[in-house]
Design a protein around this ligand. Structure first.
Ligand SMILES: [Zn+2]
Length: 442
């Protein structure tokens, strides 16, 4: 018998491996935050003595979901810009952010967003927002796998820095992170071609290269964006990013809705990845990204929620269901995308898009133990025996029973273990009252 830290046992295990294995009455053994065995529960029980056990009886054991595009602390402004265009959304939101945000507010928003994410089975998120140090501090305390880095727009930031000062701050931040952990994933996040000049984009790419950082950028989200980018760069959004050197195998483009054939070819040729955010795209009336064409072209794709103002909730099950259904409707072909592909986009494929293919996204030996257990016995799911179908067409965020990140149990039987949920929600509501009071005074 070998000692392990954690055993997740008794449910159907869906490792999301290349073979599409489904293991009835399976178990996952975890030691030092890594998966050391996946197999039939009786066999695992004979081999390992766990310090801690998570009961998955009647449930589905699968990799934690990977959110490839979020603005976590935007949840502070939830409900303030619904049913408006992207242009109006950005105008309203940016004004509110620049006026109201500080590191303490972002920390509250991120903590609430992580409570929502952990409840909803999300274990990794790529987060583009102000005050990334505050966000990382919260994520480290909570135990969540948060990826972020300095983001850039050609505006004076909430701390009063212009673009030049922000570049200097970003360089210090990246250097400090590298010194603290040379292996930590580094990210640099130019907001978009409409928010930055060619020269600024080139300098951001150069900064990223100096620190071996990956890039995250918005592009081709709305038709209206096209005019703004043409005015600033003379070409469409993706060629503008391409000309500035921003596209490449280390770059994740959020949205990619408004694509012509040349844009598709450019994404494929450069090896650029896409974060598909169908719920946000629908809410803002941006359109429907040509996901089947992206996949056919070999573009790596993950799923994202986007921020909670445009997405409503940071709900990856909603993103999975939308990705599985939407493109069948567009193509009038029920074989398009579908359940298994949509679940892969939200797990293994999303991990690959974030450069974490060998770390997370599937339950295989050697990967970090990011594991969730979902109930399969609700009346909206029973008696579905096909786990891909259950995830894509039945399960909701509320069906997640346990969430584990890096081998640490962050939610056990729907109780968060590292977040005082009532306290953070109270603080969040307090911030909203402050926003309203300030808004009324101005
Ligand atoms: Zn976004």
């Amino acid at each position: 018998m070998t000692d392990v830290d954690l055993l997740v046992t008794g449910g159907t295990v869906l490792p999301v491996d290349p073979a599409g294995t489904v293991l009835r009455d399976g178990a996952v053994a975890v030691r030092d935050g890594a998966i050391v065995a996946v197999g039939p529960a009786p066999e695992i029980a004979e081999r390992f003595t766990p310090a801690e056990t998570l009961d998955a009886t009647g449930g589905l054991v699968m990799p934690g979901l990977v959110n490839t595009h979020a603005h976590l602390a935007m949840n502070l402004f939830r409900g303030t810009a619904d049913d408006v265009s992207l242009e109006e959304f950005l105008e309203r939101l940016l004004a509110a952010e620049l006026a109201l945000l500080d590191a303490a507010a972002v920390a509250v928003g991120v903590e609430a967003a992580l409570a929502e994410s952990i409840r909803g089975g999300v274990t990794t998120a790529l987060d583009m927002y102000w005050f990334p140090e505050a966000a990382s501090e919260v994520a480290a305390r909570v135990g969540f796998r948060l990826l972020n880095g300095p983001s850039f727009m050609d505006v004076t930031d909430p701390e009063g820095r212009d673009f030049e000062a922000r570049m200097a701050w970003a360089e210090q931040l990246l250097a400090a992170r590298r010194d603290a952990d040379p292996d930590a994933p580094a990210w640099v996040m130019p907001h978009s071609a409409y928010m930055l000049s060619r020269d600024q984009l080139e300098r951001i790419r150069e900064l990223a290269d100096r620190f071996g950082a990956r890039l995250h950028v918005h592009a081709a989200e709305s038709a209206g964006e096209d005019d703004a980018v043409r005015a600033r760069h003379g070409v469409r959004p993706l060629p503008a990013l391409g000309a500035a050197g921003v596209l490449g195998p280390d770059t994740v483009v959020a949205h990619a809705v408004q694509l012509d054939d040349a844009d598709l070819a450019l994404l494929a040729e450069t090896g650029t990845s896409v974060a598909h955010c169908p719920v946000s795209n629908l809410n803002l009336g941006c359109g429907i990204a040509p996901l089947p064409a992206l996949l056919r072209a070999g573009v790596p794709v993950g799923l994202g929620t986007d921020g909670a103002v445009s997405a409503g909730a940071l709900d990856m099950f909603a993103a999975i269901r939308m990705a599985a259904l939407l493109h069948k409707g567009v193509t009038r072909d029920p074989r398009t995308v579908g359940a298994e592909r949509a679940v892969r986009l939200a797990t293994a494929d999303g991990a690959a898009v974030l450069g974490l293919a060998d770390r997370v996204g599937s339950l295989t030996v050697g990967r970090r133990a990011d594991v969730i257990v979902c109930d399969l016995d609700g009346p909206h799911v029973a008696p579905n025996e096909d786990p891909w179908s259950a995830v894509a067409y039945g399960l909701t965020a509320a069906d997640v029973r346990h969430t584990v990140v890096d081998g640490r149990v962050l939610m056990r039987d729907r109780m968060l273990t590292t977040i005082d949920e009532q306290s953070v929600l109270d603080r969040m509501r307090g911030l909203r009252r402050t926003q309203i009071a300030r808004g009324e005074r101005s």
